[in-house]
Design a binder for this molecule. Structure first.
Ligand SMILES: *Cc1c(COP(=O)(O)O)cnc(C)c1O
Length: 392
């Protein structure tokens, strides 16, 4: 449009304060993406009355918009929890739990097979923040009672451990912890919140890396912390606010969009991964398959008792006659498996781990390889691994 004549041009004020209002009553399946830093109040009194912890209304973009409230509510529903807070990554969600529940002088117990950055965070809490951090064997079960000290405030669990895959006895750990008034947090990422009814098993706080299955697209970083207890949630909310853990609403939308297919995708990953893991167990190059649904995995009986599914992530131990350069060559020779961190997306991944350097208590020989089985045809994945094993 020709606006050379200044008398025709719109003023900056008119440009900003447009009178147009879209008709109400729009209905469609997708959640709307509500972006906001500023949230408007009807009047000053409404602004003064609003309580940001009370999620019946909106206060400031950092505390959420209808888009993030919807994701929080749906995640709480999936886990059968009551409250949910989003964080900018899975690791941020772990930090949130630690910052909310621990202070100098407190003690926290972590499993030996904990997600490595969580261990690094624990070491930082110990070095710089005066928190005592101790590690326990993931299969310790009820004997964790012997490790609980008067200042122990929190026990982290991870089911299964994300590299070595031991399945912990969550109900036994929770019973021992609760007998001494200690809270139990679970990194429930592996099960996507749909294959382990964690609150029913006694867990107090569930953490999820939504980056994995909930996103499903290898394109979003996000985390969540889910609880049932209002007092715990208030402590988490206070830390969430102080840490300024906002999330981008476009990312929230991507997770919401993919949530509808979560169970279908998870079950497809599960079916393919079990087939691949079982086949790998028949190969002479592989010593042990660490897949919780297979008897060769430590804690398999607990998986069978407590879980309803498995998903796409598992590990194997290659026979020690193969050197690290040989197993590296195997991974490099794969054509359908990408080499990269994270998992839960449609594309398969394979990574070697130097687990002997990650774990003080690791007994086994041979390279550990971790597979994320994507959504490709399983027979094509088997054919790809077959050709790469021949090159090894
Ligand atoms: C990926 C992952 C995390 C961290 O999630 P990010 O979003 O990558 O920070 C935490 N725990 C487990 C078990 C994970 O697999």
């Amino acid at each position: 449009m020709n606006q050379k004549n200044s008398t025709d041009s719109i003023s900056a004020t008119a440009l900003i304060h447009s009178k147009y209002q879209a008709p109400s009553g729009f209905a469609a399946f997708p959640s709307a993406i509500h972006h906001a830093s500023t949230v408007l109040f009807k009047d000053v009194a409404a602004m003064r009355e609003r309580k940001w912890q009370d999620k019946s209304a909106y206060t400031y973009g950092l505390h959420g918009t209808p888009t993030s409230f919807t994701l929080e509510a749906r995640l709480a529903e999936i886990e059968q929890g009551k409250y949910c807070l989003l964080a900018p990554s899975g690791l941020a969600a772990i930090s949130l739990v630690n910052m909310a529940l621990l202070q100098a002088g407190d003690d926290v117990l972590l499993p030996e097979n904990v997600y490595s950055p969580s261990r690094d965070l624990g070491d930082w809490l110990a070095r710089s923040f005066g928190v005592s951090v101790r590690y326990y064997h993931p299969l310790i079960g009820a004997a964790i009672a012997d490790l609980i000290l008067p200042n122990t405030k929190l026990i982290w669990t991870e089911a299964p451990g994300s590299v070595s895959m031991e399945v912990p006895d969550i109900p036994a750990i929770c019973a021992a912890a609760h007998a001494k008034n200690v809270l139990v947090a679970l990194d429930n990422t592996w099960s996507a919140g749909i294959a382990l009814p964690a609150f029913a098993h006694g867990v107090d706080i569930i953490m999820q890396a939504l980056t994995k299955y909930q996103s499903g697209g290898s394109d979003v970083l996000m985390g969540a912390v889910i609880t049932r207890d209002q007092a715990i949630n208030l402590r988490l909310q206070a830390a969430h606010m102080r840490l300024g853990f906002g999330v981008g609403m476009d990312d929230v939308y991507l997770v919401l969009r993919n949530l509808d297919t979560l169970k279908l995708r998870f079950d497809a990953h599960d079916q393919s991964a079990r087939k691949l893991a079982t086949w790998l167990g028949t190969r002479p190059e592989i010593d042990t398959v660490l897949h919780p649904a297979l008897a060769s995995c430590p804690g398999h009986a607990i998986w069978a008792r407590d879980f309803t599914g498995a998903g796409g992530l598992f590990s194997v131990l290659v026979n020690a006659r193969y050197s690290e350069p040989q197993t590296d060559h195997f991974v490099n020779s794969l054509k359908l498996f990408g080499i990269g961190f994270s998992w839960g997306g449609a594309r398969s991944l394979c990574l070697p781990y130097r687990i002997q350097q990650m774990r003080s208590d690791w007994q086994h020989q041979g390279t550990l390889l971790r597979f994320n089985v994507g959504l490709e045809d399983c027979d094509d994945l088997i054919a790809d691994i077959t050709q790469a094993l021949q090159q090894m």
